[in-house]
Write a protein that binds this ligand. Sequence first.
Ligand code: TRP
Length: 422
Amino acid sequence: MVQEKKDPDMTGREEYGSSKEEGIHSVEFATHPPAPSKISRDDFNVTPWEVVGSVDYSNLIEKFGTFPINEFIIDKIKKITGEIHPFIKNKFFFSHRDLDLILKEYEKGNRFYLYTGRGPSGQVHLGHLMPWIFTKYLQDKFDAKLIFQITDDEKFLFKENSNFESIHKFTYENILDIIAMGFNPKRTRIIINTRDIKYLYRISTEIAKRITFSTAKAVFGFDNSTNIGMIGFPPIQGAPCFLPSLIEKKPTPVLIPAAIDQDPYWRVTRDIAEKMGYPKPAQIHSKFIPGLTSGGKMSSSRPDTALFTVNNPETIEKKVKNTFTGGQPTITLQRKLGGNADICPVFWYLNYLFDTEKESQERYHDCTSGNLLCGECKNDMINKVIPFMKDIQIKREKAKDMICKFTVDGKDLNADSAIEFD
Ligand code: TRP
């Protein structure tokens, strides 16, 4: 297909042209990258393991060969659902592949599955919830079944000094967050890779046979020092793209809501899908999520950089108060010069998650003209986030009794039977 040809060797990693600043991002993956990043001066680089530099999203669309979510798609969604979700309006979800096809098939009566996932490397923070909120919305609007993959194996393999004890703990903790999002238990299955590998192993083996080491090197940057678990991992993340066709016993389209850094996985999977007799997985891509410190890194290993769903109100208040902003060093300068909303994580969260369109425009104007001080925005953020998190915490508690409703086999997380001889 044309869009894949824009990046013929599927690396998405070649030198980028001069990038215009388009805001802030985070490194969400505290993993060690398989290859040194290739970035030059004012450039940026995006792989599933690291995001470096200031990301220019329109450039990324070009480089990855995806498509912007344009008026045509927006009209189509509006026609089907009667509305447009704020995350599409405010361009948090900004890019796609084959979303038009998914909608066209849906209009003909062909239902699609949703597929998304989580690498359980730590507690879930505010930013992680955003694609999930949107996935839950899509599930409701399109009455779609959802496969939710937990890549505990990936986190073990890609992260130095990882161990399965802590990964299993975060698997449990993260599942509480996922359930707290309100996914429909009748239409959602959470697949935990090491626990549920039998549901994925055959398809992932079929995928693996069709991907050469040279493709994997080019797309993911693997080299001779990469451990072979990492090299073998991509087909396991690809497998749920085809699982719905096996479950439904007919070719079944899949739509993946995910941050755009996961795109390399879908590129290799799309490349072989039709040869294997499956529809190419479609995607809807979100932007990256900024942390709360300057430099824009949000990481579970640096707890001060993120608002976790397990944080209490005092901690949240403290973190937001200590947050880096786009403000001037003094009030006088702020009044005179105005703040820089474009690089401000407080503005970012209020804009994408809490403010209405109108409120956000006013905030932008008031900030940049010096009428608004950072303390006021921080207070607004605290007042929005605390009840938001409180609600999730109540739902997380309830989720503890609901896990069996979401596992693939209807059993508890630790239900694995040990091998025994009589
Ligand atoms: N690799 C993702 C991560 O590290 C987890 C994941 C697995 C995922 N399958 C997915 C994310 C599908 C989005 C969509 O977090």
